[in-house]
Design a protein around this ligand. Sequence first.
Ligand SMILES: Cc1ncc(CN)c(N)n1
Length: 222
Amino acid sequence: MGYAFDDLKGACHHDWRAYIEHDFVRQLGAGTLEAGAFRHYLKQDYLFLIHFSRAYALAAYKSRSLTDLRHAHAGLKTILDVELQLHIDFCRDWGIDEAELAALPEAKATLAYTRYVLDTGNRGDLLDLHVALAPCLVGYGEIAQWLAAQSFTVRGEANPYDAWIAMYAGDDFQAAMRDEIAWLNGRLAEVTPRRFEELATVFRDATRLEIDFWQMGLDRAD
Ligand SMILES: Cc1ncc(CN)c(N)n1
């Protein structure tokens, strides 16, 4: 019997829950997150998304079939057209203009996560790269679903972070998440137990780096 995406989550259940249910996420859902922490996160996430766009471009380069090339292209389009564009709008609403974004120094958590994904993609094959990218795309989609199910989550104008939640709960992002899971399920069905262990390590490490990214936001760490 082959593997599926849920087996990657199962292989690092504790880290996955710590990422999805992080204090940053809880405070954001409740609308109690300090504005300075969100602003710090937003700025670093702008840099993060630029490097993640590069990682999707690397996925396109590594594709051996038109199907894989289209899949990588769709991921790149979601980041560039949906997420990054809305992100720039958010930043403007939060008093951060594009000139400030262009001059930002990268925090260590941003450097570590983005370069880990790019290095994993360069060293490994297309599946390694997509597994390293999965906590990003699938994780935020799942976070939006998890927040929707929590009684402490405040939606609408009473929550200053409502637009952020809406972006990840929205149809475009949720559809991109489902596509990524379907692609991964197709590939994971064919891997050996030994290969699965390698991929589980990549997935766990990327998930741990997501946790560090939330913590960087809360601590406003450089
Ligand atoms: C750190 C991080 N991880 C994931 C996402 C969702 N693409 C994001 N915007 N930023």
